[in-house]
Design a protein around this ligand. Structure first.
Ligand code: ATP
Ligand code: MG
Length: 388
């Protein structure tokens, strides 16, 4: 039978006297029937849902037809452990290398066609682990997946799930996993290593072991079609048993030249400098993450707007890129003179004396003094003419 997993969820809701669980999956079943062309059957279900008791109907209206009930809270701090959002595809452009995009598409397909695959004994549990350096788009990937499936995203910051109270962490986990089964959704465990670090970590070994075991039990008890996405910067810390439970594991690499080009074009948009050498920009940003490129673009855009300019000036963009890359290497300038000397050294053609003078609102002579191309008493040294 088609749509068996939704039917089973509706039965589960009825048996547990959990009206919102049954209603959520009935709504999903109606959507699926409608997209399969079964409009009459879909309408019968929606009519039935429209006659649902008032409280239930209200809860459904509140979040676009999906009722997720009360968000779980940490028993210790009383803070919410789950953040519910409805990501949309508007303005959400995730750029991935083709091999990785292919794997992500496979993950989505295996979710969309779970029942057909299950009948053939070829279904994979909907578990995806995304790992890679900070700022490579892992969190964005979770939003992108939820937006593509049109499901709510239930984000759990695993570090906040780890409670100060002994034993509370496992209870928090249980509540989060139960909550995710209330409605079709994407459960996203961010900063996953905080929970899934290898057993035997020297800090509080007993508690960590219990958490890893609780995590394994919760994952094993999760129905195959409940979607779980986890993200980490420290995949080497994950317990091997947890690593194995993810049927899809996707590394997020640093963007290559082609992807950097796409990122620059997308993120600069209409604010891109008029005459810009895109190839040079992509080349110079070798080693940057998407997050670094985004930050450079946003900062440059902001200052252009505040200065009343319609587009970003190329030198201002290159300057920001240079400074940001230095910063991501852990190097900083202690004063502006040092910064100017470094820019001049880094790209003497792009940062000519005149360009630097304009950029820093000073005179060419002053820049020459700073860079040592003219001595304090006015003698030109080194690179020569003031227009170079
Ligand atoms: N591949 C990419 N495609 C598009 N945008 C990207 C990409 N990688 C990074 N970005 C940009 O960088 C920003 C930060 O990315 P994100 O928060 O997803 O990184 P992360 O891998 O989760 O980092 P962290 O490990 O620090 O949590 C995003 O909002 C996005 O604008
Ligand atoms: Mg993240």
């Amino acid at each position: 039978m088609e749509f068996m997993s939704e039917v089973l969820k509706i039965i589960e809701g009825a048996l547990k006297a959990n009206g919102s669980l049954a209603a959520n999956y009935a709504g999903l079943l109606a959507d699926k029937l409608a997209s399969a062309g079964e409009f009459h059957q879909a309408r019968l279900i929606r009519d039935q849902l429209a006659r649902a008791p008032k409280a239930l109907a209200f809860a459904q209206d509140a979040s676009k037809g999906v009722s997720l009930g009360h968000v779980p809270v940490d028993g210790d701090s009383r803070l919410n452990t789950v953040d519910v959002s409805l990501p949309s595809l508007d303005g959400l452009s995730l750029f991935l290398p083709s091999a990785i995009q292919f794997r992500v598409d496979e993950f989505l397909e295996s979710i969309r066609h779970h029942d057909i695959l299950a009948r053939a004994g070829a279904a994979l549990p909907a578990r995806l682990l995304v790992y890679g350096a900070p700022g490579t788009g892992k969190t964005m990937m979770a939003r992108w997946i939820a937006a593509h499936l049109n499901y709510p995203l239930l984000t759990v910051r695993c570090d906040t799930l780890v409670s100060s109270m002994l034993g509370q962490t496992s209870r928090n986990l249980r509540r989060v996993f139960d909550y995710a089964q209330q409605a079709p959704s994407v459960l996203f465990l961010d900063e996953f290593d905080a929970l899934a670090s290898a057993r035997g970590n020297e800090r509080d070994v007993g508690e960590l072991q219990r958490v890893v075991i609780a995590l394994l039990q919760n994952m094993d008890a999760l129905p195959d079609n409940t979607i779980l996405v986890a993200a980490t910067n420290h995949e080497q810390l994950l317990d091997p048993a947890i690593w194995r439970r993810f049927s899809f594991r996707i590394p997020m690499p640093l963007p290559d030249g082609e992807l950097r080009l796409k990122l620059w074009k997308e993120m600069l948009g209409i604010y891109a400098p008029r005459r810009i050498n895109w190839g040079e920009l992509a080349e110079l940003s070798n080693g940057s993450t998407g997050a670094v490129i985004q930050q450079v673009c946003l900062d440059a855009k902001r200052s252009a707007i505040l200065q009343g300019e319609k587009v970003i000036e190329a030198p201002a963009l290159f300057r920001r890129l240079g400074l940001m890359m230095r910063l991501s290497e852990g190097k900083q300038f202690s004063n502006q003179d040092e910064e100017i000397r470094w820019l001049r050294e880094w790209m003497p053609k792009r940062f000519s004396l005149r360009v630097l003078a304009k950029l820093y609102g000073t005179t060419v002579r002053q820049i020459m003094t700073i860079t040592g191309e003219i001595s304090e008493d006015g003698d030109e040294e080194g690179r020569g003419s003031s227009n170079s």
